[in-house]
Write a protein that binds this ligand. Structure first.
Ligand code: SAM
Length: 398
């Protein structure tokens, strides 16, 4: 059967209708006429796999990656960059509207880098290394990823030398093209020495044990240098991370005391808050806090403290009062308990950095009873994918 794709959904999939039932079709574009194979038939919706592009949409461009149609690693390589930026603006505005938030986002900051990712995670099944196919757990063998930095692409093709049969491998690289491999697998690794000879491999960690070299590297963003342990979070696109620093700097210039919740290795308060302003960072991963405590010294941000704690517990324990909070939670957003506590403190400004517009909007709705949305800017942290970073600036009402 032929289906016309009428619009995108908020996961970058095309939407069509089959016998009045909605069908989501990854890798299609509004205006496409397609044939599909039904891969999921749920009560209220279908998921289709594109089998034939009968008539391509005018919006379509040729995806640069030959694996694009099957690989689940990215979703928006088949439209132009400017269409993708419009898509992201429309998507976030749609989510804000669905949450009854009266704010329209107008700005999205572009990423110049295309091979931007300093970290990728590949699945390994029966010795095959790659990303999962869209909507499936089948591995699409990958030896080049158009999202990843060059040095990651050099080593991908040699990952099979490690003879991992089943598991997962994360490849991280830094500004000096040094590489750390983080492996979750019960298999015995082979040929690490061959990879060490060929690449700037600084560490191999298997199941949280360092089996070669170091368990961290140094990363640079603009003028700032950060120690990043293998299991500490770091922003994946350094160019956009620098843009986040500028936006935070602009919005904290009049702050006196800044609380940096979900601080990771201290990235946003060290890079984004002037060194004369006191900051307290809170993070749940012990290694990341050790990194942050070193990073404050390296970057001369001595007027700061970092503590390892669950954000849900911290607000009861802090005695100092803060005028500004930066919060950059995981995709799941901030719990209602934490939001309630923030509302009850006398915090005049909130800088909410988010990689998930749905949880951002959900949380902004709760905060909007006491805070006004002054600005939301999007940052194209993840080109070629449906994902987008947001930074929302809120100020206390009254
Ligand atoms: C999106 S990352 C942001 C990290 C940091 N702001 C940055 O820019 O690199 C979210 C961070 O929240 C941390 N995290 C997750 N749950 C947490 C919790 N309940 N309390 C404190 N930190 C948490 C994660 O370990 C991760 O480092």
């Amino acid at each position: 059967m032929e289906i016309e794709v009428v619009k995108f959904d908020n996961l970058g999939r095309g939407i069509g209708y089959l016998d009045n039932k909605i069908i989501f079709i990854p890798k299609t574009v509004p205006g496409d006429i397609v044939r599909v194979k039904i891969i999921k038939n749920k009560k209220n919706f279908l998921i289709g796999e594109l089998t034939e592009l009968i008539k391509p949409s005018k919006l379509r461009v040729k995806a640069i990656c030959p694996l694009f149609n099957t690989c689940g690693g990215c979703d928006l390589m088949h439209i132009s960059l400017s269409e993708a930026l419009d898509y992201k603006l429309n998507k976030v505005n749609d989510i804000l509207k669905k949450n009854n938030l009266d704010f329209t986002v107008k700005n999205i900051i572009k990423s110049k880098d295309t091979f931007y990712r300093n970290k990728i995670t590949l699945k390994i099944k029966d010795g095959e290394v790659g990303y999962y196919k869209s909507e499936s757990h089948e591995v699409v063998e990958t030896n080049y990823c158009y999202l990843a930095s060059d040095c990651i692409n050099e080593i991908i093709k040699d990952i099979p030398l490690l003879k991992i049969q089943n598991g997962e491998i994360t490849i991280r690289c830094n500004f000096k093209n040094e590489i750390i491999l983080i492996i979750n697998s019960l298999d015995t690794l082979e040929n690490i020495d061959k990879l060490v000879k060929k690449y700037a491999l600084v560490g191999v960690i298997q199941n949280d044990m360092t089996i070669y070299g170091e368990d961290y590297f140094m990363e640079r963003v603009g003028d700032y240098l950060f120690k990043v342990s293998y299991n500490s979070f770091f922003q994946v696109n350094n160019e956009i991370c620098a843009k986040l620093f500028s936006l935070i700097k602009e919005n904290t210039k009049d702050s006196q005391k800044v609380l940096d919740l979900y601080c990771g290795v201290g990235t946003l308060s060290i890079g984004g808050v002037n060194s004369s302003i006191y900051t307290l960072g809170v993070e749940i991963i012990p290694n990341a806090i050790d990194d942050a405590n070193l990073n404050k010294i390296i970057n001369k941000k001595e007027n700061s403290e970092f503590i390892c704690e669950d954000t849900s517990n911290i607000l009861n324990k802090i005695e100092a009062s803060f005028d500004t909070v930066i919060m950059d939670p995981p995709r799941s957003g901030v719990s209602e308990k934490v939001l309630d506590k923030i509302i009850r403190e006398n915090i005049s400004k909130i800088i909410y950095v988010s990689c998930d517009a749905n949880t951002l909007a959900r949380d902004l709705k709760i905060l909007s009873s006491h805070y006004e949305i002054k600005d939301i800017t999007l940052l194209d942290m993840f080109p070629n994918t449906e994902h987008v970073e947001s930074i929302a600036i809120l100020s206390k009402k009254g």
